[in-house]
Ligand binder design. Sequence first.
Ligand SMILES: NC(=O)C1=CN([C@@H]2O[C@H](COP(=O)(O)OP(=O)(O)OC[C@H]3O[C@@H](n4cnc5c(N)ncnc54)[C@H](OP(=O)(O)O)[C@@H]3O)[C@@H](O)[C@H]2O)C=CC1
Ligand SMILES: O=C(O)[C@@H]1CCC=N1
Length: 271
Amino acid sequence: MAAQTPIAFIGGGNMAASLIGGLVDAGWRPDQLVVAEPDADRRADLTARYQVRTTADNAEATREAATVVLAVKPQVMETVALDLGPVLREARPLVISVAAGIPLAKLGAWLGMESPLVRVMPNTPALVGAGISALCADAEASAEHRDTAQAVMQAAGEVVWVAKEEHMDIVTAVSGSGPAYFFLILEALEEAAVAEGLDRETARTLAVHTAGGAAALARETGDPSPVLKSRVTSPGGTTARGLEALERGGLRTALMDAVAAAARRSRELGS
Ligand SMILES: NC(=O)C1=CN([C@@H]2O[C@H](COP(=O)(O)OP(=O)(O)OC[C@H]3O[C@@H](n4cnc5c(N)ncnc54)[C@H](OP(=O)(O)O)[C@@H]3O)[C@@H](O)[C@H]2O)C=CC1
Ligand SMILES: O=C(O)[C@@H]1CCC=N1
């Protein structure tokens, strides 16, 4: 049967919704997307927000698709993949998994097919076209499959290819989970400003624009982080005192621990 719906999402949770929002914003027509999701409220919400078609039936969504994005939790991936295997083996769409930790070989064994499979680690800024996705594919994936996966993910932001699949656990800990680290910093900065006497709206505006501005400066100049940091830090000034307090408080070590812990969890999810 000819593929009528280019992309089916299996699982319509937070990550799928972020990708769908990014794709629709980037010009994908809602009728090119279908979402299989067990929760009726969630299905209604996705249709209301993005006008995409939804179904509770994973196999039905899969049969129509040229590309299938597996966006369920790693803990339910085995069940979902074992169920969908026969349909996927017959329809032969490109399968993209966004699940943390699950290696391609394991997914392939559950599905009963080795290829075409692409493993992707996206992040939620995909919703506003500002995501970054790391991709890796097995040796069997053709250039066409890689190009298709890249085109889908590029609609939601930047992409990087990762040569060694084992590095996907580190990617997950840095850019997959990373938005949450920055949101924690934003939350703390906002609270601190309010505690010092600023109104909340002004505090939030300052915190969000400062984070966005710092990221834009790093991206557009390409200058190393220590150099950018030193340009903010006037000798004997305010920033030096602030940075001293952050180092004393262990922010650097805490971030290193966070990435190590998240990468460890990714490996656990895949074992
Ligand atoms: N959130 C993020 O920032 C990122 C997440 N990911 C990956 O994306 C995947 C989804 O994560 P996330 O969106 O956060 O999780 P969510 O729980 O928000 O989404 C998963 C969705 O899948 C649904 N679901 C459960 N069982 C099935 C099933 N058998 N068939 C179809 N759908 C099902 C869930 O429904 P119900 O709630 O009713 O169980 C839920 O709506 C994970 O593998 C995660 O590792 C990757 C990168 C970033
Ligand atoms: O928290 C998680 O497990 C997922 C993977 C990366 C971001 N969210």
